[in-house]
Design a protein. Structure first.
Length: 143
């Protein structure tokens, strides 16, 4: 498969603030981990399952993978995909598409090794970490 050409990226204040965001150990991830722990769930962090595929939180005993999805990048209904114009529009569109593609690749890779996937929005975790952890708990009880 041919690699797409690298997009030229115009530096804007907006893109600068996004690229400097940490993608690991984000605040919602930490809130969720704490809440999972308090519900008695045991998990491992940041497991690599393939090329450019890392699972945020994995519960090996329950064969469950949990992803904490950033609202902007993964497009939550309330905060996602706000870029509709500007100098980097086509770059954003490609980025969002490649994130979707990676989400699907991760779920595929996980299901091949018998893991189910739970995705949680950062904003949902922020507003109620315990409720988000309960979603994970419910998923562990589902099989
Ligand atoms: Zn959101």
């Amino acid at each position: 498969m041919a690699r797409p050409m690298r997009e030229s990226w115009t530096k804007t204040e907006f893109s600068k603030s996004l690229s400097s965001r940490p993608s690991r150990n984000t605040q919602p991830e930490i809130f969720l981990r704490r809440a999972l722990h308090s519900l008695g769930l045991r998990f491992r962090l940041h497991r690599r399952i393939g090329k450019r595929l890392t699972v945020d939180i994995i519960l090996p005993r329950h064969r469950l993978a949990v992803f904490v999805d950033g609202c902007f990048w993964h497009g939550c209904p309330a905060h996602g995909h706000a870029v509709k114009s500007g100098p980097n529009l086509s770059g954003w569109v490609k980025k969002f598409a490649s994130i979707k593609e990676r989400e699907q690749r991760a779920e595929q890779a996980l299901s091949e090794i018998g893991f189910r996937t739970v995705r949680l929005w950062e904003c949902a975790i922020r507003s109620d970490p315990v409720q988000a952890a309960r979603v994970v708990l419910a998923a562990t009880e589902m099989h």
